[in-house]
Write a protein that binds this ligand. Structure first.
Ligand code: GLU
Ligand code: ZN
Length: 499
């Protein structure tokens, strides 16, 4: 069979199945990326499914953010919301009847049962088990209730949950990332699949959909590892009932660690995808960085495109050890991707940061030709696209905003004399000679007259004209700014120094 996988013999189908709660976070993106790359690498199908069975936590806003994020990142999905597919609908909230049917069949076949225990009773017994040093999972209390016991509970008005009956056997599977794993029955006890109010739970709906959608490889975070033996047992029941054709393979992606070696939590500000978007990460730069959280292309290669990742991606090179989220490295990789854009693409990518609300200048003062002229200087220097605004604002603001710290740092005893000389030498250049090399020679010569090296001589000029001590190469900046505006700004600085 085409694209057959060794484990299942079925064509590769993977899924990304987030719940629409809160804002998309980087952990989620890493999971989507590894699934997508695996599908693309193996000519498989990438299914995007929305696990919105928790009405209390899910929101339409989150759902829309997820779709928007997936599009921004450039992931294409073969089946899922908006594109449809043979297993539609791909939102679990639209599949509830199906889950109820399966739950009924599991009950009818004795693979699941009603559990009448109250939360208090469960807690009490769990604590007693712990105190006695016994395993503290569900104790099987309601596994084989008699008709009288059931009637008595019902008479008390208890509403049962549905619990899946785990087989009393050890479950072993080969994790695609971690190798062989074994779970003994004491550690994997019967678990809830339908709430007392009839709402099916993740534990039920996720394997049902994976089975019906014929998912062959389940790649997800390590936090879900403990649910895997449960799901494998449920799969076996689903196979018996004819809902599943095979048990999929599982690979658990390593934890992502944040500050202080704590797991990066989705509530961590560093984890929010929107933060990276708003700062002007390129999708390619962010994805490149996130791919390194548990994977590597080669020991000496940190920078690559998604095409290169896809060509090389496999699970054998996913590392089970926790991966540390390193913002500095993410920025450095992003800066590299920015440098690699062709100049036109860079100009285009800067677009949003050259307009309100990011840009402090009036829209009519923005000059696209001036921006294009200076852009190559900026392209090699910005880490994230939002850096562009402060780098070029001197071109589009009517006056430079003199940063006081910068001013005080650059303007020393004698700066007025130096600026006066520099102004004269600059003014001597006509419009035709207003080029970076000539400008540099003028400031160099002015410095020499005052016994200053170029670096020291250009600092007061830079602050006068741009407002800051650091920025793009000065003489290229002055060339683009033009003769008239440059001289006017030096005059304004001289006036301030004289005041
Ligand atoms: N909806 C689940 C989550 O977001 C999916 C887990 C899984 O991949 O099985 O945690
Ligand atoms: Zn019970």
């Amino acid at each position: 069979m085409a694209n057959a996988t060794p484990g299942t013999g079925f064509p590769v189908r993977v899924r990304f199945c987030p719940s629409p709660t809160g804002n998309p976070h980087v952990g989620l993106v890493r999971t989507a990326l590894f699934n997508w790359a695996y599908a693309r690498r193996h000519g498989g199908t990438f299914v995007f499914r929305i696990e919105d069975t928790d009405a209390a936590r899910d929101s339409q806003e989150s759902y829309e953010q997820l779709l928007d994020a997936m599009r921004w990142l450039g992931f294409d999905w073969d089946e899922g919301p908006e594109v449809g597919g043979p297993h539609a609908p791909y939102r679990q909230s639209q599949r509830m009847d199906l889950y109820r049917d399966v739950a009924e069949k599991l009950l009818a076949g004795g693979r699941a049962y009603h559990c009448y225990c109250t939360t208090e009773e469960l807690t009490e017994r769990r604590e007693a088990a712990r105190a006695a040093g016994r395993p503290s999972g569900y104790d099987g209390h309601c596994r084989d209730l008699t008709a009288e016991q059931v009637a008595a509970y019902r008479a008390e008005g208890r509403e049962p949950i549905v619990r899946f009956r785990m087989p009393d056997e050890t479950i072993t599977f080969v994790d695609l990332v971690r190798g062989e794993l074994t779970f003994t029955p004491e550690n994997v006890t019967d678990y809830g699949i339908v709430r007392a109010n009839g709402a099916p739970l993740y534990t039920l709906v996720n394997p049902i959909d994976d089975a019906l959608m014929e998912i062959t490889h389940i790649l997800r975070g390590e936090d879900l590892l403990s649910s895997t033996p449960r799901q494998i047992a449920l799969y076996q029941a689903l196979m018996d009932l004819g809902y599943a054709k095979f048990v999929p393979e599982f690979g658990h992606l390593p934890y992502v660690m944040g500050e202080g070696n704590k797991k990066l939590s989705k509530r961590d500000p560093q984890a929010s995808l929107n933060l990276y978007r708003d700062r002007g990460f390129l999708p390619a730069g962010l994805l490149n960085y996130l791919s390194l959280l548990g994977w590597s292309l080669a020991p000496d290669r940190d920078i690559f495109t998604m095409d290169e990742m896809v060509a090389a991606f496999d699970l054998t090179n996913v590392n089970p050890n926790p991966a540390r989220f390193d913002l500095k490295k993410a920025e450095a990789i992003n800066a590299d991707h920015i440098r690699q854009l062709d100049p036109k693409a860079f100009v285009e990518a800067c677009g949003p940061w050259l307009r309100a609300p990011h840009a402090p200048w009036a829209p009519e003062d923005f000059d696209p030709a001036a921006f294009e002229a200076i852009a190559p200087q900026a392209q090699t220097r910005v880490t994230v696209l939002s850096d562009i605004t402060a780098n070029v604002d001197f071109l589009f603001l009517p006056e430079p905003v003199w940063d006081e710290t910068s001013w005080n740092k650059a303007m020393k005893e004698g700066s007025d004399a130096l600026l006066t000389t520099a102004r004269a030498k600059l003014a001597a250049l006509g419009d035709d000679a207003w080029r970076a090399d000539e400008l540099k020679a003028a400031v160099l010569a002015a410095g020499e007259e005052h016994g200053l090296k170029l670096g020291k001589a250009q600092a007061p000029v830079r602050v006068s004209v741009t407002g800051r001590t650091v920025g793009l190469p000065l003489f290229e900046s002055l060339e683009v700014l033009g003769r008239e505006r440059t001289l006017a700004r030096v005059d304004a600085a001289l006036a301030r120094l004289a005041a």
